[in-house]
Design a protein around this ligand. Sequence first.
Ligand SMILES: [Zn+2]
Length: 342
Amino acid sequence: MSQQTSKEEFAYKLDRLRDAVDAELLLNLLGFKITHVNEKEVRAPCLIHGGANKTSFRMNKETKRWVCFSQHCHEDIGFGVIDLVKHMLNMTFMEAVKYLESITGVDVHDESNYIEYKRHKDRQEIIKQADNRKIPPALTDETYLKSFRKFRSDYFEREKNGGFSTDILDFFEVGGGYVDKFGFQRDVIPIRDKGGRLLAYSCRDITDKADYGYKYLLTEGFDKDKVLYNLFRAKNHMGNSNTMIVVEGFKSVWNLYRAGYKNVVACMGSTITQGQQHLLYSTAFNVLTLFDPDEAGAKGTIRALDDMKGKINITPLFVPYAGKDPGDLTIDELRSIIGIIN
Ligand SMILES: [Zn+2]
């Protein structure tokens, strides 16, 4: 390969890297306080000269070129996105390239990543077209899920009450790299039906900056009424007694699984809906509920007993530690509550 060709190839790869950069995400990461976003550009006060004008800094979302209208900072620094990263993070050219690789998932040195890059770009397009706070249904696809799985963050590993191993997170197919319309990065939890078909995602904000009530976003149009999280796996582990444990959330399922209880499903809320009740009747003989020790959990437990008594053998279990959800308990604590299931 001639030197000319490899130079051209490198320039081509840098173009791809530039394309893959999400202007809003990058500027957020660099500390810019974004004031205005439209179809073409992102505006903010210029952090380079520190001016107060709320729209002096503008970056084109397509080309990632930027200008500073107040002090013309781009004339000193260069108007490219790599120039900006070099300046803001005090990096060399190659360090800036590596930084952009890390936030886009594009590796300019590895051609095989081109497919991944295209998927990333497709995903970004679909996300941009969506107009509300739900996850676009078009992403509910095994191919996208595969590409999400490569971008899982360490959020559930390092979280205060998390500490989930990569093995557990791999087993439950947790992914990442979803960036919502507000620039918040999210990890991706796939939800499958009783037969294992991919139905939806729940996406967890890993920045802890999303508004209250939007920590988890669900796929648009997903109706949880006839779905129990993890049922397609749990139904094979109910033992001779045909027992199913029902918890509220994803993390509780993972935590019980970690403690050796594989016959566990989540109702994804604090109520077992009518549709979920029917799923349980058709799957199990015995149901154990283990809801969160708060008011919603207590109400959900009482309602489950009222609704399901006489139709299935249902036993409520309770967490005796205030402020600790089943997802937060140690393996010993869980075993002391649930005991041995045959
Ligand atoms: Zn400036």
